[in-house]
Design a protein around this ligand. Structure first.
Ligand code: KIV
Length: 272
């Protein structure tokens, strides 16, 4: 934290908007369980996202599509139990909001009520406008998500950079303005050209949080397991790894196996 930054005991949606206005960058990471969320919150992260990436990271699915509202609630309530300071945002999973606004509202209410979430995140722009409005009208804060939206992977066909072409870039800029106008409190931009992300961040007053969207936005988000090096099969250019946790775990577990096999563990001080 910079010395000039305002200290927040609790991060709210208003605090994030204030942070953008004052030029304070917003930090965001995913978490899906109590122990990890406790560490992330203790490290003074601003926003914890209970992402539908839990589908990949926690369950080993190839895409985010299989995860259900019940499973998101399970992960989110564990995170909420751990968190004292961060704003907890929970993804609406695939299939829980696309078919009609009433269903979108029902899913959001369940997530807020049963998990104790502070806000929901939804992928998409103009095409899900009615669902957004319905949720926002119920007083539920919504974070938007544009660019690479992994729930649409079978439409895109690949996980490559989005909005390189003029028409898609134009729609993304229009969608960003629309989400602000509807009342979203923040926006995630995933895997788009840095110049376009900068343009969006300058065009809207709500915070723009990037993942693979360059540095000229209001904050950054990464998947916790990726930045800790717990996942190893995934190495996009935007990912900075801060640890090699997978390798460190293997080393520790191998040592434990060795100690058990050799009867080194437990020793005299480790028994009753
Ligand atoms: O589910 C997730 O982890 C996300 C982030 C990549 C922004 O949506």
């Amino acid at each position: 934290m910079l010395a000039s930054e305002k200290v927040y005991k609790r991060i709210t949606t208003n605090a994030l908007i204030e942070m953008k206005a004052s030029g304070t960058k917003i930090s965001m990471l995913t978490a899906y369980d109590y122990s990890m969320a406790k560490a992330v919150d203790a490290a003074q992260i601003d926003v914890i996202l209970v992402g539908d990436s839990a589908s990949n990271v926690m369950s080993g699915h190839e895409t985010t599509l299989p995860i259900t509202v019940d499973q998101m609630i399970y992960h989110a309530s564990a995170v909420v139990n751990a968190v004292k300071r961060a704003l907890v945002v929970v993804d609406l999973p695939f299939g829980s909001y696309q078919s009609d606004p009433k269903e979108a509202l029902r899913s959001s209410i369940r997530i807020m009520k049963e998990a104790g979430a502070h806000a929901v995140k939804i992928e998409g722009g103009a095409e899900i406008k009615d669902s957004m409005v319905r949720i926002l009208n119920a007083g539920i804060p919504v974070m938007g998500h544009l660019g690479l939206t992994p729930q649409s992977i079978y439409k895109f066909g690949t996980y490559t950079v989005r909005a390189r072409e003029k028409a898609e870039a134009k729609k993304l800029l229009e969608d960003s303005k629309l989400l602000e106008q509807l009342g979203c409190f923040a926006l995630v931009l995933e895997k788009i050209p840095a110049a376009l992300a900068k343009k969006v961040a300058e065009a809207v007053k709500i915070p723009v949080i990037g993942i693979g969207a360059g540095g000229d936005v209001d904050g950054q988000v990464l998947v916790l397991h990726d930045m800790l090096g717990l996942t190893t099969e995934f190495s996009p250019r935007f990912l900075r790894r801060y640890m090699d946790l997978y390798d460190q775990m293997i080393t520790a577990i191998k040592q434990y196996v060795k100690d058990v096999k050799s009867s080194d563990f437990p020793n005299i001080d480790e028994q009753y």
